[in-house]
Design a protein around this ligand. Sequence first.
Ligand SMILES: [Zn+2]
Length: 205
Amino acid sequence: MPHTDDSGNSGRDDFERERSGSEGSGSEGSGREGSGREGSGRDDSGREDFEREDFERPMRLALAQAGLAAARGEVPVGAVVLGPGGEVLAEAGNDREATADPTAHAEILALRAAAARRGEWRLSGCTLVVTLEPCTMCAGAAVQARVARVVYGAADAKAGAVGSLWDVVRDRRLNHRPEVLHGVLAAECAEALRDFFAARRPRRS
Ligand SMILES: [Zn+2]
């Protein structure tokens, strides 16, 4: 099993994030299983032991990280890692520009910080909460970290790897498959991206 997913990029760039952010708003989740988000807390076995409301508070923390990222000129994506008891282990925002690091997505930074804090690479029982559907790299990292679940806000129709373009974390060929919950504060998460790119878009008159 490959330990990295950095065999190039997934075609995602800022523009694609922008477009997905735009598409993800309003009727966000378009192209997904309709409004079937109610069933999204279940994994393959139909298990559902967490509720959407449980993750609104951490998602607001992730949104705050996205806001900080935007203020730094980064694409506004934020992530939080929760410990098994729901405690916040780490928070991070996208930091690619400042670090000149193509892997410095919010999820990667948050997973690294959480693992460092716990002193082990396995994040068993932990939850990754992120404002935007993870890309292939970050979805792969979530699997590698053995997180128990992935919770995200806005879908990414252009590069999402947790249900949109691919479903890396729930591939039945994998031994470890995190649970997935999506659509948590999706409108706000998409709005952060939309606002960011709208502010940067050159105006024509
Ligand atoms: Zn990513």
